[in-house]
Design a protein around this ligand. Sequence first.
Ligand code: NAP
Length: 335
Amino acid sequence: MKEVNLSLVGYGIVGHGVVEVLTRKKKMLQEMGLGIKLISVTDHTGTITSEAGIDETRILPEKTLANVANSSMKGKEAIGAIDSDLVIEVTPTNIVHGQPGLGHMEAALSGGKHVVTSNKGPLVVAYNRLKKLAEDNGVNFKFEATVGGTMPLISLVERTLIGNTVYCIRGIFNGTCNYILTRMAEENIPYVHALSEAQDMGIAETDPSYDVEGVDTAGKVVILANALFDMNIRYSDVDVTGITGVSPEALGLAKMRGYSVKLIGDVPALTVRPTLVPIGSPISVAGTLNSAAIYTDLSGTITVTGLGAGSIETASAILSDIISIYRTKQINAVS
Ligand SMILES: NC(=O)c1ccc[n+]([C@@H]2O[C@H](COP(=O)([O-])OP(=O)(O)OC[C@H]3O[C@@H](n4cnc5c(N)ncnc54)[C@H](OP(=O)(O)O)[C@@H]3O)[C@@H](O)[C@H]2O)c1
């Protein structure tokens, strides 16, 4: 049995999902030979830590750690002090300076700990630096959940499609925009009405600009470009147009001609813009779904679709990254 001590930093929607998924899958992981032990959880309010492993039933009902923390240690301090093998970083995203996640990831990687994350910001700001830090310290840096949530895109390209040349990845990487465009087209309603419906349903934030202006999608384009196309680009290299200028009339005209309008991110074109997509094309998915078409030399075009967000769904991508770290040697060995 390979014993693995985990630290979780960030205990919001995704953090709770991670704890729940680890609890649900404990037996399956043990059968796989992985003894995963969650030895610390940190949020804004402090840290709960236990060398014997945290009792999930104590923390799952708690929204924050305020009532259960047994230490006042915060992010970097906790990462440095707690003897874990792997840090799951799920704090809020900031794509301008990457903090607090960037500092957490640097502390973990430079301390010889693997990092698994759903937090885009640090990768948008400093992907190549973080990758090098991981390599220099002989640890893994995994981030499947940063693009397309549960949709297996990064591992699909890195592992399953290995040997192919990937020419291009084009897709829908923001469920909020996709929901708004879908509702506008279905009901012939203006953008503001569809946005307000999405806000009422909790699909869009009170300040939706990060999603609807294409910022979130552009961040994902940066991650895909740097991680899968060996580029070294920044957010400012992406040409971004959001969906706020899309009218119901434009959607109606497109529909008459057999097209839907989707917010499409494109790598390596480095564009994010509302784009005509043939209705019936595999990437023309509705509602909050995400999709990606991967254009390759040997396999033709592969399309994946899936939920781009959600507590358990995002935790599922995190779990697969955790497992892949410890199965890497067996699967990847070429001798
Ligand atoms: N939600 C999704 O479906 C989804 C999907 C894909 C990717 N993501 C990404 O995953 C990350 C987490 O998302 P989320 O929805 O779980 O966010 P969230 O609900 O806002 O949770 C963020 C957590 O981080 C904590 N935190 C904030 N600053 C911290 C600090 N300095 N040190 C330690 N903890 C700190 C927060 O604590 P307090 O509550 O005490 O402030 C909270 O527990 C984000 O980067 C997001 O973009 C989310």
